[in-house]
Design a protein around this ligand. Sequence first.
Ligand code: GLU
Ligand code: ZN
Length: 297
Amino acid sequence: MQPVVSNYRGRFAPSPSGPLHFGSLVAAMGSYLDAKFHQGKWLVRIEDLDLPRIVPGATSDILFALEKLGMEWDEKVLFQSQRSDVYQAALERLIQKEMIYPCTCSRKEIADSGRLGDSGLIYPGTCRNKITHKERQAALRLRTDHFPVKLTDALRGAVCQQLEREVGDFVLRRADGVYAYQLAVIVDDEVQNITHVVRGADLLDSTPRQIYLQRLLGYTTPVYMHLPIVTNAQGEKLSKQTHAPPIDMSNVMPQMIAALQFLGQNPPKALVNEDLTIFWQWAISNWQPDKIPLGHP
Ligand code: GLU
Ligand code: ZN
């Protein structure tokens, strides 16, 4: 039996690009169970910064589904779209530290000159010392360095990334003024005093960037646990883009059981005939994160 951590604060941070589907249910359930097992708080944050990807109604669909499924959040829902001034203040601290520079490269210029890394194109540093196109709107990039960033994922063990070589200087504010996920997520995890981040393994690769930013800003680094990703028959991550069907709210129990099993838990067969209260009682008191499979990376 794992020890109970005191003052645990976890969160679920969906992007409102569509209704809750089986993949996001697994992420919500994993973070909720881990928080509730530790008698902690579970917060919900809507990551609605990237307006073109936002689907009208998705936020209320997601919140409605979470509530209906018995996953109640313990504090006010935070909306990233309302927090630009907080992200700007963090950015300004990095500007003062001379860690930020404007970049006017187009997507095509970066594609032509950058190497492809595991996290996408590696920015070759073209604008590090001078702006190339003064007439263009600039994105703001963070300088990376060659020191390895190490973390121990609660499920996956040691992870190490050398940001300058493997990722490159990354954008914190896009040329259109939108704050990047990497910046917003660490500011909000800090402001909300998140102690444990439980989320999909597709974000494992972003974690060293987030830890690097936390260190520059003097923030606390939470414990990270990256859950296996739900994929479809083609091996693609379930998402709006891959047309994942929404959770069928008229008959939730089989999907709840399937999500729990996906997380490696072993509920008794009869649990499917019970109501959500009994489901959660069983799932919380029997939560065994060491049973979670790693899945395909
Ligand atoms: N908004 C991100 C997503 O939906 C999750 C961010 C996080 O959990 O750090 O993929
Ligand atoms: Zn550039």
